[in-house]
Write a protein that binds this ligand. Structure first.
Ligand code: B4P
Length: 203
């Protein structure tokens, strides 16, 4: 298996780039944001709980998202690899993911981190909010809280994977296709190096 984490702040292009990457590399897309929005749309108890956090720009509790990912991994036993989009977002999520993948005798091969300036993030998210009506994209205060959550809780996750030499930063501003080419190049370089062998990121 070849498993990738697409990493970056809210609005950095994770969802956008994921669509092309899963098609090109035959990966199963697991977006915790999409899974949570699906729960909200179906008005499940999990969705009702998650919405309270998401509407304030806060992260949903670890146990909720880890449970969702654990179920999703079990549901897709025979895939060529997973593309994790928006997960892990905390150190606890990263450790849980490593353990879950270890049980499947696989691991994360690569974390691709999209770098985008704060001004650009806010511009993109407000613009998406105008067309999608997504409740967490409409209000600038909520968007700033999401970016703050990213700085405080999510950014350190990259340090965790950097210890295992698995992080590559890619400029996430500019033409969507050009960014996709940069990401593809990094994936192919890593594939050539043969990082598909089982290994753990556990410290
Ligand atoms: P997500 O669904 O992950 O939302 P996101 O980070 O805002 O979006 P993404 O990064 O995918 O959007 P994209 O840049 O593609 O999370 C939403 C919420 O769910 C979180 O705030 C949190 O509350 C909760 N949550 C999710 N996962 C969680 C977890 N693991 N733990 C706890 N809580 C969790 O797109 C943004 C816009 O930019 C789009 O309009 C796009 O068209 C545009 N864009 C993209 N690339 C561009 C480019 N190159 N140039 C110009 N515009 C571009």
């Amino acid at each position: 298996m070849f498993n990738i984490i697409l990493f970056g702040p809210p609005g950095s292009g994770k969802g956008t780039q994921s669509q092309n990457l899963i098609t090109k590399y035959g990966l199963k897309h697991l977006s915790t944001g999409d899974l949570l929005r699906n729960e909200i749309a179906q008005q499940t108890p999990l969705g009702v709980e998650a919405k309270n956090f998401m509407d304030k720009g806060q992260l949903v509790p670890d146990e909720v998202v880890i449970g969702m990912i654990s179920t999703a991994l079990e549901t897709h036993p025979d895939v060529e690899g997973f593309l994790f989009d928006g997960f892990p977002r905390t150190d606890a999520q990263a450790e849980a993911l490593d353990k879950l993948l270890h049980l499947k005798k696989t691991s994360i091969a690569l974390m691709l981190a999209l770098d985008v300036s704060e001004d650009e993030l806010i511009k993109r998210l407000l613009s998406r909010g105008m067309s999608s009506g997504r409740s967490d994209d409409i209000n600038e205060t909520v968007i700033r809280s999401r970016i703050q959550e990213y700085e405080n809780k999510t950014k350190p996750v990259a340090d965790y994977y950097a210890k295992f030499n698995k992080v590559v930063h890619v400029k996430g501003e500019g033409d969507v296709d050009e960014i996709f080419s940069l990401l593809s190049k990094e994936i192919e370089t890593r594939k050539k190096k043969g990082s598909t062998t089982p290994e753990s990121s556990e410290v």
